[in-house]
Design a protein around this ligand. Structure first.
Ligand code: CA
Length: 440
């Protein structure tokens, strides 16, 4: 279902909140949902605006909402947003509309909100951001076709793609319990791996640590067990988006994934950006799914929908930055090592939802998907260090003079995403975590 653009998307709308206008991530056109706390108080729902967090519960107590927006705001007062997500698109869009009016310059609603600014707004620097929902299940897709091809080439497969790839949105069930929000360090795992030059496995720390540049997808209200979600209804179940770093222990993965796929190489930690970017905020950045190359099969009918083909993909610039201990010591900023775009996904999010449920699997509010690593066609667009270093065989020389073939202890890895249009941009906020030494 197309989301109609309205006054909340108007590039000319400005906010009275200091720092919001021209903010690269959180101008008034974005308004992402999250869960925050201030100096250890009770976590609750909030909305990012500039360098501040809008307190939904405080606004609710001040009776600033009505109708569906009020219903949404009450649900968002909880310490996770699962109850809000169950409500679906209508209340979410209503809340967005009323918050936009409260925070915009020159609206009648803003005249009610501005005198309450001290209660309604918290400095983002004073806030801790939490996971926005209790995650019941985490599924990781493999929809970045260049990443899939590069992986096949590394394994020596010819052709590099398996015969199912262009028919099936390939995925595996990953681990929900180890997903953490940006800012939480991840510990290098121990595991079985065959060290280069050896024949037999040993147990020890991962020696080939990697990141993966992925779009995360939040599921809103679910489906009944046994009832597939058709393509035409898929968008109703998608609650929003984040960035997702699917940390990957490549040496452990290579040894264990025969024949069933990733297990311990992927389940030790996943980092997500904590703000839920809504489908409404991303509506201006929707694009047609790029046509498949000549000779590729048309998706089977249960994965085909004309509307989805017309508007089911996104034009979002996505990137990976590294900030090593050495760079931090010198006061140097993070360095970009990859730049890609979500348009390189071979499958749309609606196709992922329809495929996930076609056999009757039930999704639930708070489930999360990873898109798969979104590499672009050229090496500058590769979304994992295994691709950038050609499986650890080529040096990546950083501006600091440091060299990387894999992620080292002390490296901060940032994922970022931006939609750009009409002189404004909306961003996803940081998806950053530091790789820490193992040691257990
Ligand atoms: Ca992945």
């Amino acid at each position: 279902m197309a989301i109609l653009l309205d006054e909340t998307h108007d590039a000319k709308r400005t906010s009275w909140v200091a720092g919001a206008n021209q903010h690269a991530d959180f101008p008034v056109q974005n308004l992402p949902l999250g869960v925050f706390s201030v100096r250890g108080d009770t976590p609750r729902g909030g909305i990012a605006i500039g360098d501040a967090v809008f307190d939904i519960k405080a606004a609710c107590e001040a009776k600033l909402f009505s109708g569906d927006a009020d219903k949404a705001a009450r649900a968002a007062g909880a310490s996770t947003l699962n109850d809000l997500m169950v409500l679906g698109a209508g209340p979410r869009a209503a809340l967005r509309k009323q918050v936009s009016a409260l925070l915009a310059e020159g609206t009648p609603e803003s005249a009610r909100a501005m005198p309450l600014a001290a209660k309604l707004l918290h400095k983002a620097a004073d806030c801790t951001l939490h996971l926005p929902a209790k995650i019941g299940a985490f599924t990781d897709f493999f929809a970045g076709i260049t990443h899939a091809e590069n992986g096949g080439k590394r394994r020596g497969a010819n052709p590099p793609l398996t015969p199912n790839y262009k028919y099936v949105p390939v995925a595996y069930h990953s681990r929900a319990s180890t997903v953490r929000p940006s800012g939480v360090s991840v510990r290098r795992p121990n595991g079985q791996r065959v060290v280069d030059g050896e024949q037999l496995p040993t147990f020890g720390p991962c020696l080939k640590m990697d990141f993966e540049l992925e779009l995360g997808i939040w599921i809103g209200h679910g489906n009944t067990w046994g009832d597939p979600i058709p393509m035409s209804r898929a968008s109703e179940h998608i609650y929003g988006y984040c960035m997702l770093n699917d940390w990957s222990a490549r040496d452990i993965q290579r040894w264990e994934s025969q024949p069933l796929g990733p297990f311990l190489s992927k389940n030790f930690g996943t980092t997500i950006s904590p703000w839920i970017i809504t489908p409404e905020a991303l509506a201006p950045f929707q694009i047609a799914q790029p046509p498949r190359p000549d000779g590729d099969p048309k998706p089977l009918p249960y994965l085909w929908d004309d509307n989805d083909q017309r508007e089911g993909q996104f034009d979002l610039d996505i990137e990976v930055l590294i900030h090593t201990e050495g760079m931090r010591a010198k006061g140097a900023p993070p360095q970009r090592i990859s730049a890609s775009n979500t348009r390189h996904l071979y499958w749309t999010v609606a196709q992922m939802v329809a495929h996930h449920t076609c056999g009757g699997c039930s999704l639930e509010a708070g489930d999360i998907f990873g898109s798969g690593t979104i590499s672009g066609p050229t090496p500058e667009n590769y979304g994992s260090i295994a691709e950038l270093s050609f499986d650890g065989t080529r040096d990546i020389t950083l501006a600091s003079g440091e060299i990387r073939r894999w992620v080292q202890d002390g490296d901060d890895i940032y994922l970022r995403a931006h939609g750009r249009r009409d002189g404004y941009s909306i961003g996803f906020g940081d998806c950053c975590a530091r790789m820490m030494a193992g040691g257990r």
